[in-house]
Design a protein around this ligand. Structure first.
Ligand code: ARG
Length: 296
């Protein structure tokens, strides 16, 4: 079993300073870091496909928009990038995005005297949005990993995550070990760019992993027999199994991890404020209260 230690988040913190160096207002290309991997099913990206003649002016407009967003925090707004297909952390209830991360982010924004703005996007776009300044922070049940620490900074961890395995009832896969068994040739479904994707690609090879835009699409493919299991965080796994017939979660899990909030690398001013807020919210019992509301 893999263990991503809280140490990573702690290490990231030690590296930060309390210097209130004004944050850079550099405009970078928000799409530059979105990797080109194929994703099954339709995405939620609302980006319009632009005609070539319009490309230059559209680019300029984009840049202006980026610049506006860049100063979001100064505008009294705290923009949170997320992917709201991850119950109970962030999900749609009607047309409203709710969940543990949303409430924690709201509580942080309140402490910072800012208004929370939620920007729903593909999970795979969150880090790029934070790097470009299009969003101030990524709050998405996001696991702290060494690789991500090269692109963004992470706050203190506010929750633990477990990667679970969902299979169809009566599946030949009964424990995590079956996936590693000699001669095993299973198709694993994951949400693109999540740790489930990264670890299983590592363990079982590119050809044994099918990536989906979100967990629901992966589960639909499992029900349809296209894949043999879905590897996804345990709480979303529970929600998916409860909402879909004929599925079970294996008792043995695949990996343990820590969730934290990411900010643009070097934005120690915001990171420090978020960390102080997390510490206060923890001490006040507020985080526990929010989690208890969603996880019984
Ligand atoms: N914890 C996993 C990761 O960091 C999955 C997070 C997915 N979050 C989401 N909002 N869809 O990769």
């Amino acid at each position: 079993m893999k263990k991503i230690l809280a140490l990573l988040a702690a290490a990231a913190l030690v590296a930060t300073t309390f210097a209130f160096a004004g944050c850079e207002k550099k405009v970078e290309d928000a799409d530059a870091n979105v990797d080109g991997e194929a994703v099954e099913g339709e995405g939620e990206d609302k980006e319009a496909v632009e005609g070539e003649e319009n490309a230059a002016t559209e680019d300029e407009k984009e840049e202006e928009k980026e610049e506006e967003k860049e100063v979001a925090e100064d505008d009294g707004k705290l923009v949170m990038a997320t992917n709201a297909y991850f119950q109970p952390y962030e999900y749609f209830e009607g047309d409203k995005i709710v969940g543990i991360d949303v409430e924690i982010a709201e509580a942080i924004a309140e402490k910072l005297g800012l208004e929370l703005v939620i920007d729903d996007m593909e999970f795979n776009s969150i880090i790029a949005a934070v790097q470009s300044g299009a969003a101030d922070m990524g709050v998405a049940g996001m696991t702290v990993t060494e690789e991500r620490l090269e692109s963004v900074d992470f706050s203190y961890s506010y929750a633990n995550g477990v990667q679970s395995i969902i299979v169809a009832e009566g599946s030949a896969i009964t424990t995590v070990d079956d996936l590693y068994a000699e001669g095993a040739d299973y198709q694993v479904g994951v949400q693109l760019a999540t740790t489930g994707d990264i670890y299983s690609t590592d363990d079982f090879g590119e050809e044994n992993v099918t990536r989906y835009s979100n967990g629901s699409e992966a589960v639909l493919a499992l029900q349809g027999g296209d894949i043999d299991c879905v590897i996804i965080d345990n709480e979303p796994a529970k929600a998916l199994v409860a909402a879909n017939e004929g599925l079970v979660i294996l008792e043995t899990s695949y990996a343990d991890e820590d969730y934290a909030i990411c900010v643009k690398k070097g934005n120690t001013e915001l990171l420090d404020k978020i960390n102080v807020a997390i510490e206060e919210l923890t001490a006040e019992g507020k985080i526990e209260e929010i989690v208890a509301k969603y996880i019984k």
